[in-house]
Design a binder for this molecule. Structure first.
Ligand code: SAH
Ligand code: SF4
Length: 416
C-alpha cells in the first residue's frame, strides 16, 4: 500500500499462492472465504455456513485437511480439496536455544525466507512474528536492516506463523467440538463432531510484531492478520496480549490504534536528533517531537495500557546519564502513559556497535525508575541461536563494512 505523505519504499509483487492453482484460505477473512466459495460455484447461503465452519476448523482446531472437517458432508470434502488448501509456511530450520527460546526459519511459496521466534517464560509464552522479509529501513544496530531484498508478507503468511507455532507447541484443542454439532443439512456427517471438546492450558499467550520488518509499512496485511488472530471464534487472542512495534512510521500510527487497537511499542533508542538520525535513519523523515506527539495521540493508550519505548543500550552512543534524564523529560513533557524497555544490544556479525556495560545499563535504568517511570532491563533471550532482538536475518552472511554502508545508502535514497 502507499503510505500517505511519503513514497513507500517497499516494492513488492503479489504474494504467490501456496497451493498452486488452488486458493490458500489462510489469511482470508470469514467473508472472503465465503466469497471464494461462491466464486467456485457454491450458492451464497450455503457458502456463508460453510465459511463459518471452515473458519472454525482452521483457527480453532488447527486442521489443514478438509477430510478432517467432520461437520461438512463427506461428499463435499473432495470438492473443497480440489479447489482450496489450508497452508503452512515451510519450515527450513528449527532451532532451540539453551534458554528454551525457539527459532524457526520459514520459507514462503516463492522461496523467500523469514523467521519467527518463541520465547517461553514462567507466566507467559511470547511469539515474535515477522511482518516482512527483511526491512526497507536500516537501523544501524539491527541485523534485519542489512538485508537487501525486501517483500511484504501477506496476511496468510503472518497468521501462518501463529498457526505453525500452535502446531509445533501441540496447542490445538484436543477432543471434538462441543456445541458445534454435526451439519444439520447432512445425514452423512460424522456424529462424533459434537462433545468432548477441551481447550488446554496454553503456552502461546502473547504475540509481538517484533520480528523481521516494519509492520506499519505493511499495514493492510498486518491488520488483516491481527484481526484473524483476535477473532473470538478462532485463535481468540485478546488485543491486550498483542503488541505492535514500530520504528516510528508516524502517519500510520493513529490508524494502527483505531483500526487494529493493539498495544503499541515504539523503537525510540535515542533522545537527540543527531543520535537518532544516525541509528534510526527514519528519524530524518519523522523526528522525535512528531513521533512523541503521535504517541500522545495514540488511541487507547492510558495508564492501564501504556506505550512501551524500546531503547537499545549502545556503548558510548546513547547510554549517558543525560540521555536518561532527557528521556524522562520528554516522556513527562508529552504526558505519556509510558514504560521504557531497555534492551542490551545483541551483537551480530559485522555490527558497528557494542553493548553498554551491565553497570551502565543498571545506572540508566535506575535514573528512569527514580523519576517514577518503569524501566526494566530486558534479559536477552536466544542469543546462542541468533534469535534475540535485532539478530534475525534469513541468510546469515557477514557483509563487509563497505557493503553495509552501500546498503544503508541505497535504503536512505529510497526513503527520499
Ligand atoms: N521494525 C520494528 C519491529 C522490530 S522490533 C521496530 O523497529 O520497532 C525489534 C526490536 O529490537 C526493535 O525495538 C529494534 O529496534 C530492536 N533491535 C534491533 N536490533 C537490535 C539489536 N541488535 N539489539 C537489541 N535490540 C535490537
Ligand atoms: Fe527494520 Fe525494525 Fe530493524 Fe529498524 S529495527 S531495521 S525498523 S526491523
Amino acid at each position: 500500500m502507499q503510505i500517505p505523505g511519503h513514497i513507500d519504499p517497499v516494492t513488492t509483487g503479489t504474494v504467490p499462492l501456496r497451493g498452486g492453482n488452488r486458493i490458500d484460505l489462510v489469511g482470508l477473512s470469514r467473508d472472503a472465504i465465503g466469497g471464494v466459495l461462491v466464486e467456485a460455484g457454491m450458492d451464497a447461503k450455503a457458502a456463508k455456513l460453510r465459511a463459518k465452519q471452515i473458519w472454525h476448523w482452521i483457527y480453532h482446531r488447527g486442521v489443514t485437511d478438509f477430510e478432517a472437517m467432520t461437520d461438512i458432508a463427506k461428499a463435499m470434502r473432495p470438492w473443497l480439496t480440489d479447489r482450496f488448501v489450508i497452508g503452512r509456511p515451510t519450515v527450513r530450520e528449527a532451532q532451540v536455544s539453551s534458554d528454551g527460546t525457539r527459532k524457526w526459519l520459514l520459507a514462503a511459496a516463492d522461496g523467500q525466507e523469514y523467521e519467527m521466534v518463541f520465547i517461553p517464560d514462567a507466566d507467559r509464552g511470547t511469539l515474535c512474528v515477522s511482518s516482512q522479509v527483511g526491512c526497507t529501513l536500516n537501523c544501524r544496530f539491527c541485523h534485519t536492516g542489512t538485508m537487501r531484498l525486501v517483500r511484504n508478507l501477506g496476511a496468510g503468511e503472518i497468521v501462518g506463523q501463529v498457526l505453525l507455532a500452535r502446531d509445533a507447541l501441540g496447542e490445538w484443542p484436543k477432543g471434538t467440538m462441543a456445541g458445534f454439532g454435526a451439519d444439520p443439512e447432512d445425514d452423512d456427517a460424522d456424529d462424533d463432531a459434537a462433545g468432548h471438546y477441551t481447550a488446554d492450558g496454553r503456552m502461546l499467550t502473547n504475540i509481538v510484531m517484533m520480528g523481521m520488518g516494519e509492520p506499519l509499512y505493511n499495514f493492510d496485511e498486518v491488520k488483516g492478520a491481527l484481526k484473524i488472530v483476535m477473532d473470538g471464534d478462532g485463535l481468540a487472542l485478546s488485543k491486550r496480549r498483542i503488541t505492535l512495534s514500530t520504528s516510528g512510521v508516524v502517519p500510520m500510527m493513529a490508524r494502527a490504534g483505531e483500526e487494529i487497537g493493539v498495544n503499541l511499542a515504539v523503537s525510540l533508542h535515542a533522545v537527540t536528533k543527531e543520535i537518532r538520525d544516525e541509528i534510526v535513519p527514519l528519524n530524518r523523515k519523522y523526528g522525535i517531537e512528531e513521533l512523541l506527539q503521535a504517541c500522545a495521540d495514540y488511541p487507547g493508550a492510558n495508564n492501564a495500557r501504556r506505550i512501551t519505548f524500546e531503547y537499545v543500550m549502545l556503548k558510548d552512543k546513547n547510554d549517558r546519564d543525560e540521555d536518561a534524564r532527557e528521556l524522562v523529560r520528554l516522556i513527562k513533557h508529552y504526558n505519556l502513559p509510558a514504560k521504557v524497555n531497555l534492551i542490551p544490544f545483541n551483537p551480530w556479525p559485522g555490527a558497528p556497535y557494542e553493548c553498554s556495560t551491565p553497570e551502565r545499563v543498571r545506572a540508566f535504568s535506575n535514573l528512569i525508575f527514580k523519576a517514577g517511570i518503569s524501566a526494566p532491563i530486558r534479559t536477552p533471550r536466544g542469543r546462542d541461536i541468533m534469535a534475540a532482538c535485532g539478530q534475525l536475518k534469513s541468510a546469515a552472511t557477514k557483509p563487509t563494512r563497505a557493503e553495509l554502508d552501500r546498503i544503508a545508502e541505497e535504503k536512505q535514497a529510497a526513503l527520499g
